[in-house]
Design a binder for this molecule. Structure first.
Ligand code: GLU
Length: 388
């Protein structure tokens, strides 16, 4: 049998593959310390579950509008107005099967053969794959730890061509935890407008910020950049709703309408009663977000210090999200080899940096409990010293 050529252009998602493997090992009784997927270890807040259960009991179990329940799109528009200073209405919002399908659908909607999409590296591993699946060309721009893994305006300008369709901005960033300051966002916004390109702003980690890091939505910089912005976000990280699969895109009615067409022939609406949980997440108490942030803050302190205390490893202090991006170059190993031997010999799961465009690094998620972090770091230390 001959599979479609597009399948051979992409590889399976390593974040999902490694976290599935770690879960499988755990289920078979192996004591694994998993730092793999970015999946908060907290339960979904009770009031969110209650709202979904109530919707289920009320019979919200049928097909719904392809773009999502109106009440949810209104709640999202209201949140974007209040917290992000973005003037969207329900017509500018589509609810998707996770933040991931927002991005996938968007690439299908906007990108075609010959289009270039600028992606700063290290990047979330699915961006280039989604661009390729849409027939476009990812233009990867390397950034380094000494510039805090940020693309500079000069670097961005240098890769813009007449074929540039989109620039993907992800702040706070997965996998590095870097957060662009408001003035850095403004400088990038100016280039988006001057060069008349579109920017996709993936803001899924917007609530996970440390110390005095500040999140500015690029669309809020000016009306000119707002018109050129497509915002993607979701409920998974902020409200520990990874398995619910609820994300959204906010953009012009033209883009949202086009995404609706793709959605109507692919996933249709997101699970109807689940959307009522999302409404409660946005409209009710935000204390749960703060509780998780407090725990992530403590874990960040611990893990950063512990890793930087290991002689051959180092990592910058993340300003947001819940990942440390660890430089392993002094161990002499490349990331795939490092992670597979680490899992085999010490039962510690981490994601090889090669998946994010940085083979000298590994990504460790600290959205896991402190006991696992402590145990896993001790094993990591033993592993690194065994390398000599
Ligand atoms: N976005 C999360 C991560 O990077 C979840 C897994 C995935 O979809 O990639 O770990």
């Amino acid at each position: 049998m001959k599979l479609a050529a597009r399948v051979n252009q992409v590889s399976p998602s390593l974040t999902l593959a490694i976290s599935a493997k770690a879960k499988e090992m755990k289920a078979s009784g192996i004591d694994v310390c998993s730092f793999s997927a970015g999946e908060p270890d907290f339960p979904t807040p009770q009031h969110v579950c209650d709202a979904a259960k109530k919707a289920l009991d009320e019979g919200k179990t049928k097909y719904g509008a392809v773009a999502g329940e109106l009440a949810l799109r209104e709640a999202i528009a209201n949140k974007l107005k209040t917290f992000n200073k973005l003037d969207y209405s329900a017509q500018n919002i589509i609810v998707t099967n996770g933040g991931k399908f927002s991005l996938y659908n968007l690439m299908q909607t906007l990108v075609e053969e010959g289009d270039e999409v600028i992606i700063p590296a290290p990047f979330w591993l699915s961006y280039p794959q989604m661009v390729k699946l849409a027939g476009g060309t990812p233009i990867v721009v390397d950034t380094k730890a000494d510039t805090n893994y940020k693309i500079t305006p000069e670097q961005l300008q240098a890769v813009i061509t007449p074929r540039t369709k989109l620039f993907i901005l992800n702040s706070p960033s997965n996998p590095t935890g870097t957060v662009y300051s408001p003035s850095e966002i403004r400088a990038l916004a100016k280039l988006v407008v001057d060069n008349d390109i579109l920017v996709v702003s993936d803001e899924i980690y917007e609530n996970i910020l440390y110390d005095d890091a500040e999140h500015l939505s690029i669309g809020a910089v000016s009306p000119e950049v707002f018109q050129r912005t497509i915002l993607c976000n979701g409920f998974a990280k902020s409200y520990s709703m990874t398995g619910w699969r609820i994300g959204y895109t906010a953009a012009s009615e033209e883009i949202i309408g086009a995404m609706g067409k793709i959605q109507s022939h692919s996933t249709s609406n997101v699970c109807t009663f689940a959307q009522y949980g999302a409404i409660a997440a946005l409209n009710e108490s935000q204390e749960c977000v703060q509780t998780m942030l407090k725990a992530f803050t403590e874990r960040r302190e611990y893990i950063c210090q512990a890793i930087n205390n290991i002689e051959q490893l180092s990592c910058p202090r993340p300003d947001g999200a819940f990942y440390v991006f660890v430089d392993i170059s002094k161990t002499g190993k490349k990331s795939l080899d490092f992670c597979s031997t680490l899992l085999e010999s010490e039962q510690v799961a981490a994601i090889p940096g090669i998946a994010f465009g940085a083979d000298d690094c590994i990504r460790m998620s600290y959205a896991t409990d402190m006991e696992t972090i402590k145990k896993g770091i001790a094993r990591l230390e033993r592993f690194v010293s065994s390398l000599g």
